[in-house]
Ligand binder design. Structure first.
Ligand code: AMP
Length: 427
């Protein structure tokens, strides 16, 4: 049996690639949770499947995600259900459904979990992948946009990532976009026949998304295209200038890139992307922006919002490629190695008591030889190994070996737990 195409296992050991080791995921998740909490964001968990309609309305009928990439099926009650391809639509649905707007003026959420897209699997692109993201609802201020960027940047900094590129842009308000839409169409019209099939389809429906095209011929044509920044309304321009000023003040380095529009229809004003050059083709780590009209279009109150989503696999792959400092995988403090039935029973009880006191203990109930037991203890990264044979049982002691210094001492069984507690504190 094999896992479905585009999926992978995250394992405590034995992973075929380093980024699939569970302790790395735990480290990353801890940093995300701590940083998001420091910035005042609270965790939100939504179902991994929703009614399909939520995504067609929330992500957009014309987006690739909804048109080509959703895992959609009918449940036994003939309702159309989709595995979530992204987090924002579900967060907004939960926000509206739980009437959270009544609770406070500003709402800040973070989420973390699996997303599903039926894409062609390749390095850095999976069908079940993990994202974390944040959404800040209620504030139209440029400072709110800048705070989300600062948070993403800070998570990457705490994870030890280096040399990242932050591209920012403004897609303006609806008046700016309407003006730009026309000037982009005017520019592209003479080249229409040379555009890729996807871009031809987008020409009328959503020409801004042609800027997202990865097709090399499209990219060449786009080189001379007008800049959306020249179509910004005065208000949108002022907003963008303030975002840049605030980023300068907190020394988050960015590049203004007027080709960034983000794939989704609902963005307005600020949009941004963060990328790492070590990743090759799939180099985007995350991105986001402002989406003031989304909540009301889903039937909720008229509230502005801004947020981002970032991919966990790619962040881990970048950390490993850059040899970012990662806390070592913690092994047991004490490894019990009983030899003989009496010793096994005594050690079994001892292990249980020690674990109740919060000491990490592993016990080997199957070792025949001290040597293989010690090898296993080292493999597990244990700090101390207590060897207990029949002679030790009759004397009421254990032979305690420090696996780091290789020193061994005889310790009364009755004082082993206290000794471990003391050693634990001094580690
Ligand atoms: P998006 O929701 O498309 O803006 O994606 C945000 C981030 O999620 C990207 O920058 C990637 O890091 C990650 N991501 C998106 N799709 C995938 C995928 N199929 N496999 C792995 N990571 C992905």
């Amino acid at each position: 049996m094999q896992s479905p195409k585009g999926t992978f296992d995250i394992l405590p050991y034995g992973a075929d690639e380093p980024w699939k080791q569970a302790f790395l995921w735990q480290h990353l998740e801890k940093v995300i949770r701590e940083t998001a909490t420091d910035y005042g964001y609270g965790e939100i968990r939504t179902p991994i499947y929703e009614r399909t309609e939520l995504f067609s309305r929330g992500v957009g009928d014309s987006s690739d995600i909804v048109m080509k990439e959703m895992f959609t099926f009918l449940d036994r009650g003939e309702r159309s259900i989709s595995l979530r391809p992204e987090g924002t639509a579900s967060v907004m649905r939960a926000f509206i459904e739980n009437k959270m707007a009544q609770e406070r003026p500003i709402h800040k959420f973070f989420y973390l979990g699996p997303m599903f897209r039926y894409e062609r699997p390749q390095s850095g692109r999976y069908r079940q992948f993990y994202q974390f993201g944040i959404e800040a609802i209620g504030s139209p201020a440029a400072a709110q946009d800048a705070e989300t960027i600062d948070l993403l940047w800070e998570i990457c900094r705490r994870l030890g990532l280096k040399g990242l590129k932050l591209d920012i842009n403004s897609v303006g308000d609806s008046a700016s976009r309407l003006a730009y839409r026309e000037s982009l169409q005017n520019y592209l019209r003479p080249y229409f026949d040379d555009l890729s099939q996807d871009s031809k389809t987008r020409f009328e429906k959503n020409p801004l998304r042609i800027l997202d095209s990865k097709d090399p011929k499209d990219r060449k044509l786009l080189e001379g295209a007008p800049s959306i920044l020249d179509s910004l309304s005065a208000e949108a321009k002022e907003h963008f200038d303030e975002v840049k000023t605030l980023l300068d003040k907190i020394q988050v380095p960015y590049t203004v890139n007027d080709r960034i529009v983000r794939g989704l229809d609902y963005y307005c004003k600020t949009v941004y992307e963060i990328s790492a050059d070590v990743l090759g083709a799939q180099n985007a780590l995350g991105g986001g922006g402002r989406f003031d009209g989304l909540i009301s279009s889903l039937g909720g109150p008229e509230l502005p919002a801004v947020g981002f989503a970032a991919g966990i696999e790619r962040i881990l792959q970048t950390m490993l490629a850059q040899q970012a400092p990662i806390p070592a995988q913690r092994g047991p403090l004490l490894y019990l190695l009983p030899l003989g039935d009496d010793a096994k029973r005594t050690c079994f009880t001892l292990a249980s008591h020690a674990r109740h006191k919060g000491i990490a203990v592993e016990i080997n109930l199957h070792a025949k030889k001290i040597q293989t037991g010690l090898q296993m203890a080292s493999k597990l990264n244990a700090r101390f190994c207590a060897i207990v044979g029949s002679e030790e049982i009759s004397k009421g002691v254990v032979q305690l070996k420090d696996l780091e210094s290789r020193q061994q001492e005889e310790v009364p069984i009755d004082s082993l737990i206290d000794l471990c507690l003391k050693r634990k504190e001094s580690l």
